[in-house]
Every structure is written in structure tokens, then in C-alpha cells.
Design a protein. Structure first.
Length: 383
């Protein structure tokens, strides 16, 4: 069986981490299945490489290829802050309706962590990816557009607003919130996870974040009532496989530090999810290792979750672990569990042997730092 994977190399450290990662992913498939299963990689262009070769940062050919795609994988793409073109990542998410950003967070023994019990963290974060303040609807302070919106909100809607306010809009829909929570809940049920926690800031933003909470509970009760119970029902003695509860975002940041073992699958809104995914990744030992996927109902787009790391680009210092573990997520997604297990075990072995890239070496006592290329070779050799 062959599976076609479109890939974007990415900017900065992208080419280096790919060169290290792909042989490991392919090697695991070969080891697990011989010639019976195979990934067929096809490059598509985006970012700086696309500009060099086509003059555009997101060429039409890339968009056309992704339209019918089932699987894709990408390295990091750079985005200038506050100026220039819009984030390619955000554009890809919106155009292909990649509404669920899924990040598993689990500890690898041996990595130094800023907390006492990183091994208690075993969470999968589902972040809504298309709505919220990330929808890209905003106007700079003092522009005619911003002034017009301010005038409307003040004069017709009774809002108290400064003339010179910059304006951003936070749209959230029942459909958008429910499909994200549904996907997270299905995952919790399928994977026999004990709970789904809806994380929101509904105490302050009552209709947007509060809507997320209410729609999540509503969907769980209406569509998965036989599998789910609320915390209150559980306290009254109900026995069902998955508890659906909710936490306010600021409290959740405390909870994941103090009682991470109480949380398993988390569904949250776009901005909250951005913060909490990175905070949790740091809690178990850094962003260099955190994998992720963005999914629509048809396309699964796996990615390294870190950025382009310009300071170390081209120096053979980058950690390819995030891309490699995104590869294991893709193998799991395909049901190629044996190959995924081989990659995961190879990463765990390299960490316990303390042969890791410099970012991890600084977090592991007595570790010997190896280059990006060598790290890939070590993993390949121990599959
Ligand atoms: P960054 O993730 O590139 O770097 C943050 C820190 O982590 C730096 O010290 C960097 O050297 C280190 N780091 C990151 N990945 C690493 C790896 N694999 N191995 C070793 N060290 C690593 O974040 P930053 O500096 O905020 O962003 C740089 C550029 O990347 C920006 O243009 C930003 O928009 C873009 N970016 C792209 C993302 C994506 O494509 N998914 C995600 C985050 C940022």
C-alpha cells in the first residue's frame, strides 16, 4: 500500500530538519512492513523557497495539489510581525478549513523539565483553528476603516470606545465550536481517555468563549449522551466512560502545573489553545520535540510546531524531533502503529542515551550534543 504525502520544506531550519527526519520516518515504515507499505513524498512549494522559484510565497500549484490531498506535512514558515504578508500558516488553515489543531503532550524520561513531575502530563490538546481573534478581521488604529467601525459601535450599538482604537473582531460560531469539541470527544471515546475538558474564558467573554462552553456541553449530551457524563453527574454516582467538564483558561494554566494527571483530552478556543499548547510543550521539555497536526474533515496536515529558528538556521544545530514526531502522528493516523512505535522508541532511546541536539543537551545532565544530521542518523541506526 502506498500513501501520497505532500510536503513543504519550510524556511530557516526547515531544510535541515527535513533532511534528518524523512529517512527516519521512511526507515521505520520499511522496517515494520518491508515493501508492503510505503510513503510517497511529493514536494510542494511555500515560503522563501517558493518565492525564489516562482516569485510567489504560496503558488497556485501548491493550493491545487492540497485541494485533493489526504496527507501533507510541513516544516516551519516565517511570518514577519506586524507588517508584510499574512501568515502562510494561518492562510493554509483557513483556505483548507483545517479547523482542528491537535497536539499530544507527553514526557520523554530523561529530559529535564521545569516542573517536579513532568511524567504526570499526558494530554492531547484540540485547539479550534479557524475562528476567534485569529480570523484576521482587524483594522489599524486611526485608519478610516477602524474609525468607521468605532463610529458604528459607539453611535449605533452604544459601546464606549476611543476614536483611535485599533479594532479586532472575535467571531465564534456554534458550528465551529461544536465540530472542534466533537472531534475531541470522539478521540476521547475512541482512545478510551477518561475526560474531555472544555477550556474557555466565558466568565469574561460571555457570548464567544461562553458560547464555546455551552455548545460543547450541548453537543456532548445530544450526540454522545450514552458515553459521557458531567462532573456533577459523576459526583452523583453516574458511571460512563468519559467525564465532560470545563475550566476557565487562567485556572487551567494553574491546573496543568499543579494537577496535570487530572486532565486528558482538552478542547479549547484558538487563542487559549495557542498559549496552552506551547506552555505544556515547555512543561515536558521544550518546543523542539512537540509535534502537531491541523485537520479538516478530509486533509491531515502534520507540522513541526516550532518556528524557523533563524539564529541557528544552517548551523546543523536544530532539533528535528518535532518533525519526526509529527511523522509518528501521521503513521498513527494511518493506523501504521508498528512503524510509529519504532520511531517513538528510537527517540526515547536517544534521549536516555543522552545523545541529543544542543537544545535538549542543555536540559539533560551529562548529555553529549550532536548535530541535527547526526541525531537523525542515530535514530535511523536504532530503529
Ligand atoms: P522559533 O520557534 O523559531 O524559535 C524560538 C526559540 O526556539 C529560538 O531560540 C530557537 O532557536 C529555538 N528553536 C525553535 N525550534 C527549534 C529546533 N527545532 N531545534 C532547536 N531549537 C529550536 O520561534 P520565533 O523565533 O518566535 O519565530 C521565528 C519565525 O518562525 C517567525 O517568522 C515566526 O512567525 C515563525 N513561526 C512559524 C511557525 C510555523 O510555521 N508553524 C510556528 C512559530 C513561529
Amino acid at each position: 500500500m502506498e500513501k501520497l504525502v505532500y510536503f513543504i520544506e519550510g524556511d530557516g531550519i526547515g531544510p535541515e530538519v527535513w533532511a534528518a527526519a524523512r529517512p527516519v520516518i521512511d526507515g521505520a515504515v520499511k522496517k515494520a512492513y518491508g515493501d508492503a507499505k510505503k510513503l510517497v513524498w511529493q514536494e510542494i512549494l511555500a515560503g522563501e523557497k517558493a518565492v525564489r522559484e516562482t516569485g510567489e510565497n504560496l503558488p497556485q500549484a501548491t493550493m491545487d495539489a492540497l485541494k485533493g490531498a489526504e496527507l501533507a506535512m510541513k516544516g516551519p514558515l516565517g511570518t514577519p510581525v506586524g507588517k508584510g504578508f499574512r501568515s502562510l500558516n494561518v492562510t493554509l488553515r483557513q483556505v483548507f478549513d483545517l479547523y482542528a489543531c491537535i497536539r499530544p503532550i507527553k514526557y520523554f524520561p530523561g529530559i529535564e523539565s521545569p516542573v517536579k513531575h513532568p511524567e504526570r502530563v499526558d494530554m492531547v490538546i484540540f485547539r479550534e483553528n479557524t475562528e476567534d481573534v485569529y480570523a484576521g478581521i482587524e483594522w489599524a488604529a486611526g485608519t478610516p476603516e477602524a474609525k468607521r467601525v468605532v463610529a458604528f459601535l459607539r453611535d449605533e450599538m452604544g459601546a464606549k470606545l476611543d476614536d483611535l482604537a485599533a479594532i479586532g473582531i472575535k467571531p465564534m460560531t456554534e458550528k465551529g465550536c461544536k465540530r472542534l469539541a466533537r472531534r475531541a470527544l470522539k478521540f476521547a471515546i475512541d482512545q478510551k481517555r477518561p475526560s474531555l475538558t472544555l477550556v474557555h474564558k466565558g466568565n469574561i467573554m460571555k457570548f464567544t468563549e461562553g458560547g464555546f462552553r455551552a455548545w460543547g456541553y450541548e453537543m456532548a449530551a445530544a450526540e454522545f449522551g450514552e458515553f459521557t457524563m458531567t462532573e456533577a453527574e459523576a459526583a452523583e454516582g453516574a458511571k460512563k466512560p468519559v467525564i465532560v467538564n470545563d475550566r476557565i483558561a487562567d485556572a487551567m494554566f494553574q491546573e496543568v502545573l499543579i494537577r496535570p494527571e487530572k486532565y486528558s483530552v482538552v478542547a479549547t478556543t484558538n487563542l487559549n489553545g495557542d498559549y496552552i499548547s506551547d506552555a505544556l510543550a515547555a512543561q515536558v521539555g521544550g518546543l523542539g520535540l512537540a509535534p502537531g497536526v491541523n485537520m479538516s474533515d478530509t486533509l491531515a496536515f502534520f507540522e513541526a510546531t516550532h518556528g524557523t529558528a533563524p539564529a541557528i538556521a544552517g548551523k546543523d544545530m536544530a532539533n528535528p524531533g518535532s518533525l519526526i514526531l509529527s511523522g509518528t502522528m501521521m503513521l498513527e493516523h494511518l493506523g501504521w502503529h508498528e512503524a510509529a512505535g519504532l520511531v517513538h522508541a528510537a527517540v526515547a532511546k536517544a534521549i536516555s542515551a543522552r545523545r541529543v541536539t544542543v537544545d535538549l543537551a542543555s536540559q539533560i545532565e551529562g548529555a553529549k550534543a550532536v548535530g541535527c544530521k547526526e541525531f537523525g542518523e542515530i535514530l535511523l541506526g536504532s530503529l
